[in-house]
Ligand binder design. Structure first.
Ligand SMILES: *Cc1c(COP(=O)(O)O)cnc(C)c1O
Length: 373
C-alpha cells in the first residue's frame, strides 16, 4: 500500500504540473508521431452501409496505442528518481513500448513475460533485447500474461525504492487504472476534435476492443459527456462465450478481486481464476479495468464479445477493403460492423484502430493458409 500511495501522490502532483504535461505532449509529437490521423474508410462504409472512420493508433511509434502510457509512466519514473523499470507483457507489445521509452531515457528495463508467450512472440523478445531490455520468462501458472503480472508485482514490492512498475493496461490497483486512462485520454480528445472539425457533428457510435481496457477507456473518455454518442466495447469471445473458452469478463464474468482491484472477472464458484482463451494474446486476460465495470453497471457503455472466427474474417476484410492490416486485438472492434442490423443504416461510426497487425502475420499465415503455391 505505501508504494501505491506514493505513486498516487506523485502522479497527482506531476499531472497538475504544466512543465510535466508539456514535456509529455512534446514527446508525443516528436517521438511517438501524434496526432494520429482520423481516416474515412470508404470501401468498408460502402460494404456495411454505415459511415465508418478509424482513429489510427496503429500509426504510433511501435505500432499501437500502448506507447502513450509507457511514455507517460517513464517520464513519471524519471521525475520520481527511479532508475529501474519493470513491466509485464503478453503479446510483447507493452514490453516493446516500455523497452523503447527506457532506451529513450536511459533507464534499466526488466520485462516479465510468460514462457509460453516468449515462444509465441519471439520477434518482440528480440526487439526488447535489441533496445537493451532483459526479458525474464515466467514459468509459473499458465505461463502467460496473468502470471507475468504476478511476478512483476512481487518484484516491485521487493524493490520499490529503486524501481517503478509500468502496468500496461487500465487494470490492477489504484492509481493504475486512473493514471493509465489519463495517459490515453489524448486518443478520445483528438478524435472528438478531429471529427467535429471535419464533419461539424459528432459520431453516433464509438467502438473499441477491450483487453484490460486501456485503448477503450482513453477513446471513450473523449465522448463520455456526449450522451448522443453511443459507446461499444468488444471483448474476446474466443471459441464462443457459450463454450466457456473466452476472455470476456464483462460479457460473461462476475465481480471479484484480481490483481488488487474489485471488478468483473472470470472465476469459478470458489473464486478461482479460470483460464482464458483468445486468438489475440493482448486480450487474453481474465480481468478488466474497474472503470469499465462501472460504465457497464451504469449502462453508459455496451459491452459484447466477438468470436475468434469472426475476428479472423474482420482482420481479412479490413486488410482487403482498406489496405490496413489491424492487430488481432483491434480486429475485434470491427466485428459488430459485420453483424447485419447491429446499427441503424447510415450510422456514423468511429472505430479505435488500436494497433497494426505485423506481429500477427505468422499466426495469420497459418490460420489462413497463406504462402506461395
Ligand atoms: C494490448 C493491446 C490491446 C489490449 O489492451 P487494452 O489495454 O485493452 O487496450 C488492444 N489492441 C492492441 C493493438 C494492443 O496491442
Amino acid at each position: 500500500m505505501p508504494a501505491l500511495d506514493e505513486l498516487d501522490q506523485e502522479f497527482t502532483k506531476a499531472w497538475a504540473d504544466p512543465e510535466f504535461v508539456a514535456e509529455y505532449h512534446r514527446l508525443l509529437a516528436e517521438f511517438v508521431g501524434r496526432e494520429t490521423p482520423l481516416t474515412h474508410l470508404a470501401r468498408l462504409s460502402e460494404v456495411t452501409g454505415y459511415h465508418v472512420c478509424a482513429k489510427r493508433e496503429d500509426l504510433n511509434h511501435t505500432g499501437a496505442h500502448k506507447i502513450n502510457n509507457a511514455l507517460g509512466q517513464a517520464l513519471l519514473a524519471k521525475r520520481m528518481g527511479k532508475k529501474r523499470i519493470i513491466a509485464e507483457t503478453g503479446a510483447g507489445q507493452h514490453g516493446v513500448a516500455t523497452a523503447t521509452v527506457c532506451a529513450l531515457f536511459g533507464l534499466e528495463c526488466d520485462v516479465y513475460m510468460g514462457e509460453e508467450d516468449t515462444v509465441r512472440q519471439r520477434l518482440n523478445v528480440f526487439r526488447m533485447q535489441l533496445m537493451g531490455a532483459r526479458v525474464i520468462p515466467v514459468t509459473s501458472g499458465t505461463r502467460t500474461l496473468k502470471d507475468a503480472l504476478n511476478e512483476a508485482m512481487r518484484d516491485w514490492v521487493s524493490n520499490v525504492r529503486t524501481t517503478h512498475y509500468i502496468i500496461g493496461t487500465a487494470a490492477g490497483p489504484h492509481p493504475y487504472p486512473h493514471m493509465v486512462r489519463e495517459f490515453h485520454r489524448v486518443i478520445g480528445e483528438e478524435t472528438r476534435r478531429q471529427y467535429l472539425e471535419r464533419y461539424q457533428t459528432l459520431p453516433d457510435y464509438g467502438i473499441a476492443c477491450i483487453g484490460g481496457g486501456s485503448n477503450a477507456i482513453g477513446f471513450f473518455y473523449g465522448f463520455l459527456n456526449d450522451p448522443s454518442v453511443k459507446l461499444v466495447g468488444v471483448e474476446a469471445g474466443g471459441e464462443g462465450v457459450a463454450t466457456g473458452h473466452h476472455a470476456a469478463p464483462l460479457t460473461a464474468g462476475s465481480p471479484g478481486v484480481l490483481h488488487g482491484s474489485y471488478s468483473y472477472m472470470m472465476q469459478d464458484a470458489d473464486g478461482q481464476v479460470v483460464p482464458t482463451h483468445s486468438i489475440s494474446a493482448g486480450l487474453d486476460y481474465p480481468g478488466v479495468g474497474a472503470e469499465h465495470s462501472y460504465l457497464k453497471d451504469q449502462g453508459r457503455v455496451q459491452y459484447e464479445a466477438a468470436d475468434d472466427a469472426e475476428v479472423l474474417k474482420a482482420f481479412t476484410d479490413l486488410s482487403r477493403l482498406e489496405g490496413i492490416i489491424p492487430a488481432f486485438e483491434t480486429a475485434h472492434a470491427f466485428v459488430p460492423l459485420f453483424h447485419p442490423g447491429r446499427f441503424e443504416p447510415g450510422s456514423r461510426i468511429v472505430v479505435n484502430l488500436s494497433g497494426r497487425g505485423d506481429k500477427d502475420m505468422e499466426r495469420a499465415a497459418q490460420l489462413l493458409n497463406l504462402g506461395a503455391d
